[in-house]
Design a protein around this ligand. Structure first.
Ligand code: GCW
Length: 676
């Protein structure tokens, strides 16, 4: 059934095989590792599905053989030209058609078996997209080292901000029962280069660190290992107190340090290649080093010291802000972390959300990017759509991520786009990484909707290559998921490329932000002004009054704009130079403030809300044109979700306009259609 379970690994039958389609497959070693076996299995499965029968295995070289080889797997064939580590790094790969011992072969090779597996997935996906392999010559290496999914999954299987069912980790049945889904999950991740998963919620308690759970964690790690995926866990800072009754969790206390060292040693007896800890500390009520007057660096370094002998890393989140702190929320992380630059241990990465607020439909890039040259910064993206309509609204996030990754920080003499900070080139970081908050759950289609699978896919591709094009990724996904017919793939790619801007238009145009319903973050709540916590209150973010709207973050206001490098700050500080998209994020202006296109802010707001609704209508029309190109099951589900999105875009528009009018008393602009 076309229920979405197969994700982008559907391997739809090929009408005709490319001329250079191999006739046999072989690994260049007689006793392949579990990873090479996984690659061979994937080739079986994929060719069975695409070509009607699995490629036969060859044990001697013949013309037309697909050969898998690495330094570990080369014994059976002499003098195979393996790529150098300069070309492919530890886990990149090469796919080449070559002549070897007088035979024409296709060689997938790497410096490691996992590189071969990545190359195999790339090869099979290209085959699925109908690529012709004659003379193929592909070299790919990831630009970041740590490419992680962060699950916000609790042990009771509730997923924080999850919209696709319960957690896929069935803790109750682990370790005795290994759901085959875990293997499919690992395949999907490996197919896009993801090499780590943090299993538990950053808000979870410390239970997962107990032996009873570590056994279960070990069972998952065993399933993932052949696919190159390491397991990480969240480490609640107060764990020594909660699990073993220590009187304190102060990172300077030797007993606390010893506790973490013992705990790390213990974890490695269960999971010898354990990746490390992900930590949310002193943020939204979580315990942390500041409870004892210690800095984030001291806290992170204590955990880092415990992991260091085993080669593990600490990912310390920079998502910190507090209600007691009067400083503008979007400034607080920079204020706290920049002074700590250079103080973190070598195996610590600071994990920073793409923007300074919280995964909004649009934010400027986080000012920490470029501001911590001595501290490896990872980027944290949110794949699950907490603020973008959960799993019913169609919003392809590739464009959102491309926007932030390509933004220029001007942190060095070069323009230093955010991507160059993340891939380590701007500041010569020793370790690099990217994390995505997973949108995966127990739903049959994994992600809650078919189009949300594209966000998982795009995350992996962009973690591998932060300079990748959102459009190219959308097209690859559309071809793999729906159809390799160019007309169909074009239409679906177009639909995806405009989708996020539609959401921005009907929810938070012109730099407005954080106007969603309190707590659940679904639907408009612009009018909420009395939550008792300014930093969670919509009014705090728009500050609309009779004469003006927007948050002044220039010198005359919070001056958050000053946290950016000179050229960026200058541009955004000017009401005439800031792009319209960020106007009300940085500025407070009159409703009659005129924009470049001649509209007043009021007129433009109304126009954009309307545009957002009509963009969703266009998406519906376009989707309906595909009725006969897409299977009925997926067609109907997408259609129904688009209808929900349409209704809710109208809800956003009408509620927003009505609220603004109750404040500014202005009539609807004349040339703009009245809300239905
Ligand atoms: O986006 C906000 C969410 C919280 C989340 C927090 C965080 C895990 O509303 O649910 O908690 O961010 O990133 O820590």
């Amino acid at each position: 059934a076309e229920d979405g379970y197969d994700l982008w690994l559907r391997y739809a039958p090929l009408e005709e095989a490319s001329y250079a389609t191999p006739r046999h497959v072989m690994a260049a070693c007689s006793d392949p590792s579990a990873t090479i076996d996984a690659a061979l299995d994937e080739i079986d499965r994929a060719t069975q599905s695409m070509l009607g029968e699995a490629l036969p295995r060859a044990d001697t070289l013949q013309g037309g053989t697909l050969v898998l080889a690495s330094p570990e797997c080369s014994g059976m064939l002499e003098n195979l030209p393996l790529p150098s580590s300069y070309e492919v790094g530890v886990d990149g790969y090469a796919i080449k058609e070559i002549r070897h011992s007088g035979r024409q072969i296709t060689l997938i090779s790497a410096q490691s078996d996992i590189g071969v597996l990545y190359g195999t997935f790339d090869y099979l996906q290209r085959m699925a997209r109908g690529q012709n392999f004659t003379g193929v010559n592909i070299v790919s290496r990831p630009k970041t080292q740590l490419r992680l999914l962060n699950h916000w999954d609790n042990l009771d299987r509730h997923v924080e901000r999850g919209y696709s069912g319960q957690s896929i980790w069935d803790w109750h049945r682990l370790p005795g029962y290994l759901d085959p889904k875990y293997t499919d999950y690992a395949r999907a991740n490996a197919s896009i280069g993801i090499n780590g998963v943090s299993l538990t919620n950053v808000n979870a308690d410390a239970t997962v660190l107990t032996p009873h759970y570590l056994e279960k964690v070990a069972a998952l790690a065993d399933v993932f290992r052949p696919y190159g995926i390491k397991v990480y866990l969240t480490a609640r800072f107060s764990a020594p107190m909660e699990l073993d009754g220590l009187p304190t969790a102060d990172p300077r206390d030797p007993a606390v340090q010893a506790w973490w060292q013992d705990k790390a040693n213990e974890i490695y007896t269960y999971v010898p290649d354990f990746g490390g800890f992900l930590v949310k500390a002193n943020s939204e009520g979580q315990p942390g080093p500041q409870d004892y007057g210690r800095s984030h660096a001291e806290g992170a370094n204590m955990l880092a010291a415990a992991l260091e002998p085993h080669g593990g890393n600490v990912m310390w989140r920079a998502f910190v802000y507090s209600a007691e702190e009067p400083e503008d929320r979007v400034k607080q992380a920079y204020t706290e972390f920049v002074p700590l630059d250079g103080q973190f241990a070598d195996n610590v990465l600071v994990q920073v959300k793409n923007g300074p607020l919280d995964f909004q439909p649009r934010e400027p890039f986080h000012p920490l990017f470029g501001a911590m040259p001595e501290t490896p910064l990872m980027m944290e993206l949110q794949i699950t759509k907490e603020y973008l309509g959960f799993s019913t609204h169609l919003a392809y996030l590739g464009t959102l991520w491309e926007e932030v990754l390509s933004a220029e920080t001007h942190a060095t003499d070069q323009r230093a786009p955010v991507a160059s900070v993340i891939d380590g080139t701007a500041h010569d970081y020793e370790i690099t990484g990217m994390a995505g908050v997973a949108n995966i759950g127990s739903d049959r289609n994994w992600s809650g909707s078919i189009f949300d699978q594209a966000n998982w896919y795009a995350f992996g591709r962009m973690a591998w290559d932060p300079d990748a094009s959102a459009e190219a990724i959308a097209r690859d996904w559309a071809e793999l998921t729906f159809s390799r017919a160019p007309e169909v793939a074009d239409i679906i790619t177009g639909l995806m490329m405009g989708s996020r801007e539609a959401v921005v238009n009907y929810m938070t145009p012109l730099g407005l932000t954080h106007l969603m319903g309190t707590g659940h973050h679904y639907g408009p709540a612009l009018w909420v002004d009395d939550l008792g916590r300014a930093d969670w209150t919509p009014y705090y973010y728009h500050k609309a009054m009779k004469d003006a709207v927007g948050f002044d973050r220039t010198e005359t206001g919070s001056n958050a704009v000053d946290q950016y490098a000179g050229p960026v700050a200058q541009k955004w500080a000017g009401q005439d130079t800031v792009p319209d998209e960020l106007l009300l994020w940085f500025h407070r202006v009159g409703w009659d403030h005129e924009l470049d296109n001649g509209n007043t802010v009021w007129e433009e707001l109304v126009r954009r809300y309307d545009l957002g609704v009509s963009q969703v209508e266009d998406m519906q029309t376009v989707w309906h044109s595909l009725e006969h190109e897409v299977d009925a099951e997926r067609f109907e589900q997408v259609s129904a979700f688009l209808a929900i999105q349409h209704q809710e875009a109208i809800w956003w528009r009408d509620a927003s306009i009505a609220y603004w009018q109750s404040v500014n008393g202005l009539p609807l602009p004349e040339d703009v259609a009245a809300p239905a």
